[in-house]
Structures are given as structure tokens and as C-alpha cells.
Design a protein. Structure first.
Length: 135
């Protein structure tokens, strides 16, 4: 399969694999589906919140953060009914070292503090939408 071939090509470099998934052959169908979900929800008067969270299996969130192009593509989908909530900046500001977000030293899943920050940022976006009378 094309996806398996892509994985074989990039299996030793996870960032390059993830970036390839958001390149020409793969990204347009995904973007189209996200827009279709947004239209479907809009018809039902339900806002679509797309929460973007950073990968923590990376060295840092500054000059060596490889996924900013993916965040940018997701931000480009923002629309009247599609709210993009990017948690990268709030997380990086509070916990600058990605490994400090890990559940434990050998588990890169986000810990309670990181999840709490993402939850607050998401809740603030929802509340802001409600204040504007759009929810």
C-alpha cells in the first residue's frame, strides 16, 4: 500500500514521515474531509473545534520543532464554523522542555499538567465562542 511504502521510506525519521503525510499526495483529501465535517456541523448549528497539540517526542519547541508546517496547514482550515485551537504556544510557554510533559521517562504521552493546560486553552476557546453568541 502507498502508506506502508511511505512508512518504510521514513521509518527511521518520524518527523519526516509525519511531514510526508501532510504533503501533496496525502494532505488534500484530509483537508477536504475536515472541511466537509465543518460544513456538516454548521448545517446543524454545531461549531467545530479542531484542537492541535504538539508532539512531545522532539528535542525542543523552538528552532528544532519540525511540525510547524503541519500546524500552519491546520490553521489555514480555520473558517466561520471551524475554530482551530493550537496548544503549542501555551504548552511551550509553561513547559519549555517537551520531555517534561511526559507521563514518565520512557512514555512520551502527555502528563496531567500538559493535559490540564490543553484543556484550559480549549475551554477558553469554547467560552470565547459562546460569548460571541456562536454556540
Amino acid at each position: 500500500s502507498p502508506l506502508l511504502d511511505l512508512w518504510q521510506k521514513h521509518k527511521d525519521d518520524l518527523p519526516s514521515f509525519n511531514l510526508a503525510l501532510h504533503a501533496e499526495g496525502y494532505w488534500p483529501p484530509t483537508a477536504k474531509l475536515i472541511k466537509e465535517m465543518s460544513r456538516y456541523l454548521k448545517e446543524r448549528r454545531v461549531p467545530f473545534f479542531l484542537v492541535v497539540e504538539p508532539d512531545t517526542l522532539i528535542p525542543d519547541f523552538k528552532e528544532r520543532y519540525p511540525y510547524q508546517p503541519i500546524h500552519d496547514k491546520l490553521h489555514a482550515l480555520k473558517g466561520e464554523n471551524l475554530v482551530v485551537v493550537d496548544t503549542l504556544e501555551p504548552l511551550a510557554k509553561r513547559i519549555p522542555n517537551p520531555k517534561d510533559m511526559w507521563v514518565q521517562h520512557d512514555d512520551g504521552h502527555k502528563n496531567a499538567e500538559a493535559n490540564g493546560i490543553m484543556a484550559r486553552v480549549t475551554a477558553e476557546a469554547i467560552m470565547a465562542r459562546m460569548k460571541g453568541g456562536h454556540l
